[in-house]
Design a protein around this ligand. Structure first.
Ligand code: HPA
Length: 276
C-alpha cells in the first residue's frame, strides 16, 4: 500500500476507536479564529497528539484538536489549529488532516485563514471569500505516486471553490450586513512575510490576498472529490501596501477582532449547508 495512504488509514482507525461521529462539513480554523469552537454543540474532542503519527503544530495560536459536533443541525468536524509547511513537515503530513476528515465522511471542506491584503480596495479586518487560488508558487501536494484510492492522477482544477457554496456564503454575508470581498488567494511557503516586490508581483499575477496555507489543502480535497469553500480574514495589508512592518501578533489580534463577525458568518453558512 502507498505509505502515505497507509498512515492515513492508521489515523482513521485511531479516530474511529474514539468516535463514530460522521461529519458533513469539515471546517479549518485559521490564525486567531480558534474560538469558533464555542459555537459548536460538542459531541467529542480529539487532541491531535492522541492520534498516532498525526502532525502537531509548533506555532503559538495553532495548538490543535479535532472538535466533532453540530453547528445548528449540521454535523461538523472542526480543526482547531493546522500545521504549516514552513514548520518543516512533509507536505503529505500538512495535508493529512484534510484527507482524514474526508475519509471520516465530510463532503464539504470550509477553509479559513488569515492573509495579507494585496487588492488595493481591501482594508485590514475585511473578509474575502475565495473564488480561486494561485497554486503555482508552492509545491504541489499531489507530487509522488498517485493515491488511486483517493482520486485521479490529473485532477481538474477548473472549479475548486464550489459555486453553490459561494452563493450560500454570499447571501449569508448579505443577510448579516457583513461586507464580503471576493478574490484570488495565493499561497507562498512563508515563514517570512513577502517583500514589497513579492507583493507587487503577486498583484500583477492576479492575487488579491496572500498567505501560507489553504491552497495545498484545497488541492487534496479537490483530488478526493470534496466540495470546497473558503474565507480569508485580511488581517493586514501586505508588505509595501501596509505603511508599517508586519508582525504575527498583529495578524493574531486582527483575527481576534474579526472573530465575532466571522463566527456569525460561518455559523449561518454552515447551517445552510445541511441540505447540500
Ligand atoms: N502574508 C502572508 N501571510 C499572511 C499575511 C501576509 O501579509 N498576513 C497573514 N498571513
Amino acid at each position: 500500500m502507498n505509505p502515505i495512504y497507509e498512515k492515513l488509514k492508521k489515523c482513521e482507525k485511531c479516530v474511529r476507536e474514539k468516535t463514530d461521529f460522521v461529519p458533513k462539513v469539515a471546517i479549518v480554523l485559521g490564525s486567531g479564529l480558534g474560538n469558533y469552537a464555542d459555537n459548536i454543540k460538542i459531541e467529542c474532542e480529539i487532541e491531535y497528539s492522541e492520534i498516532e503519527g498525526f502532525p502537531v503544530s509548533t506555532v503559538p495560536g495553532h495548538a490543535g484538536k479535532f472538535i466533532f459536533g453540530y453547528v445548528d443541525e449540521t454535523p461538523v468536524v472542526c480543526m482547531k489549529g493546522r500545521v504549516h509547511y514552513y514548520e518543516g513537515y512533509d507536505l503529505s503530513d500538512v495535508v493529512l488532516p484534510i484527507r482524514l476528515m474526508g475519509l471520516l465522511g465530510a463532503q464539504i471542506l470550509f477553509l479559513t485563514n488569515a492573509s495579507g491584503g494585496i487588492n488595493k480596495s481591501f482594508k485590514a479586518g475585511d473578509f474575502m471569500m475565495l473564488t480561486d487560488h494561485i497554486a503555482a508558487l508552492f509545491p504541489n501536494p499531489l507530487i509522488g505516486a498517485n493515491i488511486d484510492e483517493l482520486g485521479t492522477r490529473f485532477p481538474d482544477m477548473s472549479n475548486v471553490y464550489n459555486k453553490e457554496l459561494q452563493e450560500i456564503i454570499r447571501t449569508s454575508a448579505k443577510e448579516l450586513s457583513i461586507d464580503l470581498k471576493e478574490g484570488v488567494y495565493a499561497q507562498l511557503t512563508g515563514p517570512s512575510f513577502e517583500s514589497p516586490a513579492d507583493v507587487k508581483m503577486l498583484g500583477i499575477l492576479g492575487a488579491d490576498a496572500v498567505g501560507m496555507s489553504t491552497v495545498c489543502e484545497a488541492i487534496v480535497a479537490n483530488h478526493m472529490g470534496l466540495k470546497i469553500c473558503g474565507i480569508s480574514c485580511i488581517c493586514n495589508l501586505a508588505a509595501g501596501i501596509s505603511p508599517t512592518p508586519l508582525t504575527h501578533e498583529e495578524v493574531q489580534q486582527a483575527g481576534k477582532d474579526a472573530a465575532p463577525n466571522f463566527e456569525k458568518l460561518v455559523t449561518l453558512a454552515v447551517k445552510r449547508m445541511v441540505n447540500i
